[in-house]
Design a binder for this molecule. Structure first.
Ligand code: SF4
Length: 713
C-alpha cells in the first residue's frame, strides 16, 4: 500500500509522516512532472518514492529512468565531502570545504597571474538549472573575467539552435506546445528515437496517428519509433541535406509549394529553388540510399496535406554540416508553407534536461543572458549594467567546448578548468585525446554528485546537491519554464552549485554578485533577460507553480507567456523567415578500404548521457548493462561474428571493445554504438571531432570504422 496524496503536501502512511513534493524528472528535456514522496521523522533523508503527477507535458507518464530517479539520492557512491589531491597522480583524499575552496581560489589566482585571465576556463552543462547556467556565465565573465566558458550543450543542440536563429531569428526547441503534435496531418521526424529516449512523448504521436495522421521517420536504424511510423526512410548516415533537398525537388515538381506563404512571409527562396532543381530523385536515391518511390511518398505525405511538422534531433544535427542539414529541412517546411501556422512548424527535440534554458542564459562561449550576444555592443551594455560592471570589462567570445578542451596544453590554452555538471572524459568526441588534454591541465576542479570519469582526474572534487535537494527552474523542450522544487535536504557536507559559486565569488572579492538562493538568482536573471529574445521578465516562481509552467518570451507579469511562436511574424526584424541555400556535402570522413563501415552513435532506453547517474541504478543496469555494437546479420556473417561475441571497433581516433548485437534493424553498411558507457566501451573513443563551421558541433553521428572479430582492446 502506498501513501495517497491528491496534491503536493503532507500525508500519512501507516503511522509514518510523509511529505510529497511536486517537481520534475532530473533527466531529459521532456522534464516530466513527478511527485517525490519522502518519509519524515526519524527515517527522514533515507527513503524516497517517485509517484505520478498529472502534468501537461507527460500527463502522468514516466519512463524507467524517471521512476528510478530517487534511487540516486541515497546511493552509497554519493560524494559526501570535498576531495583534494596533494600531488600530481596521487590519490584523492577527503578535505574540509575551507581547504578545498582555498585550493581552488589559490590555483585560479596563481594561474591567472602567471598566464592571464583566459588561462582559467569553465565547462558547464545542459542539465544545470537556469539559475546555475546564468550564475556560471556571470561567474566566468565577472569573477574570473575569462572568455573561456562553454558547456556540453555544444555537443547536443547547437546546430539546431544556430539554424533556427538564422532562419527564424529566434531559437526555441519547439515553437509550439507538445499538445499541438496530434493536430498535424503529417510529421517528419528526422534522427530521433523518441520511443526509447523520451517514451512518454509517444502518447502525442499515437494520438496523431489515431486522428489519421502520418508519421515519417528518418533513421539509419529501424528503431522502435520507426516501427510505429507510416513510412521509414532508412537513410545513409550523413546524407540528410540531400534528402531534404530531394524532397523539396519532388514537392516543387508536384506543385505542392505554398507560393502565397513564400511571398508573404519569407525571403530568399529563389536560390533555394534553383539548388533544389539539381536534386532529382535518382540522384538523391544514390546519395541517401532511399528508394525513389519512398522519396515521392514522403514528399506527398508532407506536401499534399493541410498541416505538417518537421522535427529534427541529434541525427542530422550532430554532424560537421549539422547547421546546413537543419536549414535544408527548414527550407522544406517554409516552401510547403508548413511553418508559422497552427499545427505546423519546424522544431528541434532538445536532449538534455535543460537543453533549452541552458543555451539561453550565458554559459555558451559567445552568449549573454536572454539569448543576447557577446559580440553585440547593445547587448553587452545591457548585461554590464545589470551586473554592475563596465561594458569594456566583459570579455570577448571564447572558444567552443571541443576547441577549449583540445587547446589545453597549447600556449594560449586554458591551464585550469572548473567543470560543473559535465563529464567530458566520456561525452567529448575523440575521448582518448580529451583525457590526455585533461591530464595536461595544471589544475582541474569538478563539481558533481558522483566521482565521474572526469572527477577521477581532478585536483579538487566538490560534492554537490542533486536535483531533489535544491530548487531551480528548467526550460523544457517546448520552451516552457518549469520549477523543480526541493523535496529533501542535501547531506550535511554537500553544497549546491550556487553555494559553491557564492563561496568562490566571495573569496575572489565579488561574493555579493553571486547569491546562493535560487530565487534571488532568478530575480536577477529576469532583469538580465528583459528585452532579450528569451525574455523571462514576467516569469515568477509563483506563476510557474500556478500555471504549470510559463512559455517564454514573457516580457511582463501581466503577459500570458507565448506557447506558440511565429503565428503572426517570425523573429527577424522584418518579420520574415529566411531561406538559406544549402548544397549537400558529404561527412568529414566516409568509409574507405581501411575503414569500410559507417559508425553512428546514440542513446538507449535505460541509460542517460555519460551514464554517471544511470549506470548506478540496478534496474537500469539490468535493462542496459553494457555497451554493444549493432551489426546487420549479413555483415556479421562476412566477419564471422556471432551474437554476444566481444568485438573490436576501430576508427582513426582509437578502438573500443564491445559486445556484438546482431540485428536486421540496422543498415548493412552501418554500425551503431550507444555512448553512455566508460572505459574501453566508450563510443567517444571512436567519434570524429570534425566541427560544424557555424555551430562548432562535433560530428558524433557519422565516421568511418573497422570491425574486427575477437580482438579486445
Ligand atoms: Fe525523465 Fe525524460 Fe523519462 Fe520523462 S522521458 S521520465 S523526463 S527521462
Amino acid at each position: 500500500m502506498l501513501p495517497r496524496f491528491d496534491v503536493a503536501g503532507e500525508g500519512v502512511f501507516g503511522n509514518v509522516g510523509m511529505k510529497q513534493t511536486a517537481t520534475h524528472c532530473p533527466y531529459c528535456s521532456l522534464q516530466c512532472g513527478m511527485h517525490v514522496q519522502s518519509i519524515q521523522g526519524e527515517h527522514a533523508g533515507k527513503h524516497w518514492i517517485i509517484a505520478q503527477r498529472d502534468f501537461p507535458t507527460n500527463r502522468g507518464g514516466l519512463c524507467q529512468k524517471g521512476w528510478t530517479a530517487a534511487d540516486l539520492l541515497a546511493d552509497p557512491g554519493r560524494l559526501l565531502a570535498p576531495l583534494v589531491r596533494d600531488r600530481p597522480r596521487g590519490s584523492l583524499r577527503p578535505a574540509t570545504w575551507e581547504e578545498a575552496l582555498d585550493r581552488i581560489t589559490g590555483a585560479i589566482r596563481n594561474i591567472q597571474k602567471k598566464y592571464g585571465r583566459d588561462a582559467v576556463g569553465v565547462f558547464g552543462g545542459g542539465g544545470l538549472t537556469n539559475e546555475k547556467a546564468y550564475a556560471l556565465g556571470k561567474f566566468a565573465r565577472v569573477a574570473l573575467r575569462t572568455s573561456q566558458i562553454d558547456y556540453n550543450g555544444r555537443f547536443c543542440m547547437s546546430s539546431a539552435a544556430a539554424a533556427s536563429l538564422k532562419a527564424f531569428g529566434i531559437d526555441r526547441g519547439l515553437p509550439f506546445p507538445l499538445a499541438d503534435i496530434p493536430l498535424a496531418d503529417t510529421i517528419l521526424l528526422v534522427g530521433s528515437n523518441v520511443a526509447e529516449t523520451m517514451p512518454p512523448v509517444m502518447q502525442y504521436f499515437q494520438q496523431q496517428k489515431k486522428r489519421g495522421g502520418s508519421l515519417i521517420v528518418v533513421d539509419p536504424r529501424a528503431t522502435p519509433t520507426a516501427a510505429v511510423s507510416t513510412l521509414h526512410l532508412q537513410i545513409t548516415p550523413g546524407t540528410d541535406a540531400a534528402l531534404a533537398n530531394g524532397l523539396l525537388h519532388i514537392a516543387i515538381k508536384a506543385g505542392s509549394l505554398d507560393e502565397d506563404f513564400i511571398a508573404a512571409r519569407t525571403e530568399g527562396f529563389d536560390l533555394v529553388r534553383r539548388i533544389a532543381s539539381s536534386y532529382w530523385p535518382s540522384r538523391v536515391e544514390r546519395i541517401t540510399g532511399i528508394a525513389e518511390q519512398h522519396l515521392t511518398r514522403a514528399a506527398d505525405l508532407l506536401g499534399k496535406v493541410k498541416t505538417a511538422m518537421i522535427l529534427t534531433a541529434r541525427g542530422p544535427e550532430q554532424q560537421s554540416h549539422g547547421v546546413d542539414n537543419v536549414l535544408a529541412f527548414i527550407n522544406l517546411a517554409l516552401a510547403l508553407g508548413k511553418a508559422g501556422k497552427p499545427a505546423c512548424g519546424y522544431g528541434c527535440l532538445t536532449g538534455q534536461g535543460n537543453g533549452q534554458g541552458g543555451r539561453e542564459h550565458g554559459q555558451k562561449a559567445d552568449q549573454l543572458p536572454g539569448y543576447r550576444r557577446l559580440d553585440n555592443l547593445e547587448h553587452r551594455a545591457h548585461i554590464a549594467k545589470v551586473w554592475g560592471v563596465g561594458e569594456e570589462d566583459l570579455p570577448k567570445p571564447g572558444r567552443s567546448a571541443y576547441e577549449m578542451l583540445d587547446a589545453i596544453g597549447s600556449e594560449d590554452g586554458v591551464r585550469a578548468l572548473l567543470v560543473f555538471g559535465s563529464n567530458p572524459a566520456v561525452s567529448a568526441p575523440r575521448a582518448g585525446h580529451i583525457e590526455k588534454r585533461l591530464d595536461a591541465l595544471d589544475f582541474l576542479m569538478v563539481s558533481d554528485f558522483f566521482l565521474s570519469e572526469t572527477a577521477e582526474r581532478a585536483d579538487v572534487v566538490l560534492p554537490t546537491a542533486q536535483w531533489a535537494e535544491e530548487e531551480g527552474t528548467m526550460t523544457n523542450v517546448e520552451g516552457r519554464v518549469l520549477l523543480r522544487k526541493r523535496a529533501t535536504t542535501p547531506p550535511r557536507d554537500v553544497r549546491t552549485d550556487l553555494e559553491i559559486l557564492h563561496a568562490l565569488g566571495t573569496r575572489l572579492g565579488c561574493g555579493g554578485g553571486f547569491p546562493s538562493e535560487p530565487k534571488d538568482v532568478f530575480q536577477e536573471l529576469r532583469r538580465a533577460s528583459a528585452g532579450g529574445a528569451a525574455d523571462y521578465a514576467g516569469i515568477t516562481y509563483d506563476r510557474i507553480e500556478r500555471e504549470d509552467g510559463v512559455f517564454w518570451p514573457c516580457p511582463s507579469v501581466e503577459h500570458p507567456g507565448t506557447p506558440r511562436l511565429f503565428l503572426d511574424r517570425f523573429g527577424h526584424a522584418n518579420g520574415r523567415a529566411r531561406f538559406h541555400a544549402v548544397e549537400f556535402r558529404p561527412p568529414a570522413e566516409e568509409p574507405d578500404q581501411e575503414f569500410p563501415l559507417y559508425l553512428t552513435t546514440g542513446r538507449t532506453i535505460g541509460q542517460y548521457q555519460s551514464g554517471t547517474q544511470t549506470r548506478r541504478i540496478p534496474a537500469l543496469m539490468q535493462a542496459a548493462p553494457n555497451a554493444f555494437v549493432q551489426i546487420h546479420p549479413s555483415m556479421a556473417l562476412t566477419y564471422g561474428i556471432r551474437q554476444g561475441e566481444q568485438v573490436r571497433l576501430t576508427t582513426r581516433r582509437g578502438s573500443a571493445t564491445l559486445t556484438a548485437e546482431l540485428t536486421p534493424a540496422i543498415r548493412m553498411d552501418t554500425l551503431f554504438v550507444p555512448f553512455h558507457f566508460n572505459g574501453t566501451e566508450r563510443a567517444n573513443l571512436l567519434t570524429n571531432p570534425a566541427l560544424d563551421p557555424v555551430s562548432r558541433m562535433p560530428e558524433f553521428k557519422v565516421c568511418a570504422a573497422r570491425l574486427e572479430k575477437g580482438r579486445p582492446c
